[in-house]
Design a binder for this molecule. Structure first.
Ligand code: BGC
Length: 248
């Protein structure tokens, strides 16, 4: 079965039909840049461009980089325009896509669900935490394979700062940190999360997961196993489609 997945991020909106049996994209994905300001209206236009590119007319699963409840209600918007808060995203996207059935899920939760089924978390029991390092830090918390949604661990306080402002990959770029320096910040962040949840496994996602060999060797003193995500930048798209298959 195929469902269309769209991943809305701070820098790009990317999507493709997803083959749910294989947990992979059925066609090469298409991407547009996230508009600025990233208001509901302008992002919905971007989503329409992506979906129309494929002439898609079936169900669509979307991710959103903030807290989402009931597959629709946007509650926070840390890295996109604040006018998203309290929007009914399902109604917005469905209307813009000519009435297609739509469901919306937090971006890290989507990536986590995809990794747990098809990637680095496959068959893993216990407490597993996927962290995505990108514009912000996203988190997906699993207990014996079951998601605890909207965990938002990127906003834990770390040395008096919002953790994602210190340890996201955007912070690395903005402050021109070396891999080693940034890894040191990530290590402090992981130690804090470990103190709270004692996970068995950390899965490191986001664009940096492709460069795990540059920073994972610098991270020490964490008891949990730490592995890079396997679906890399497609995890959000795959997870969005999986969410639509069960929730849509
Ligand atoms: C948001 C999360 C999101 C993460 C990654 C954070 O700022 O609060 O909901 O998962 O960024 O996009």
């Amino acid at each position: 079965m195929q469902i269309f997945g769209v991943d809305i991020g701070g820098s790009g909106i990317k999507g493709a039909p997803v083959d749910l049996d294989r947990g992979d994209l059925a066609q090469e994905r298409f991407k547009v840049l996230t508009p600025h300001p990233s208001t509901p209206d302008s992002v919905a236009d971007g989503v329409k461009l992506v979906v129309d590119q494929f002439g898609w007319t079936g169900p669509v699963g979307l991710t959103f980089p903030g807290v989402v409840t009931d597959g629709s209600h946007i509650r926070t918007a840390a890295n996109v325009d604040k006018s998203w808060v309290d929007t009914d995203a399902r109604a917005l996207f469905s209307e813009r896509l000519g009435g297609l059935p739509v469901t919306v899920v937090n971006d890290a939760d989507a990536a986590g669900v995809a990794e747990m089924h098809f990637g680095a978390g496959k068959d893993r029991k216990g407490v597993v935490i996927l962290l995505t390092f990108g514009t912000g830090i996203g988190s997906a918390l699993f207990v014996d394979g079951i998601l605890v949604p909207n965990s938002e661990l990127g906003h834990l306080e770390l040395h008096g700062h919002d953790a994602e402002k210190r340890a996201s990959s955007k912070a690395k770029d903005d402050e021109e940190l070396s891999w080693e320096h940034w890894a040191h910040r990530v290590q402090k962040y992981l130690a804090h999360v470990e103190m709270l949840f004692s996970p068995d496994l950390f899965i490191i996602g986001g664009g940096v997961s492709r460069k795990a060999n540059k920073f994972l060797p610098h991270i020490e003193g964490i008891a949990a196993e730490i592995v890079p995500a396997q679906l890399q930048n497609n995890a959000g798209i795959v997870g969005a489609a999986m969410h639509a298959a069960t929730d849509g």
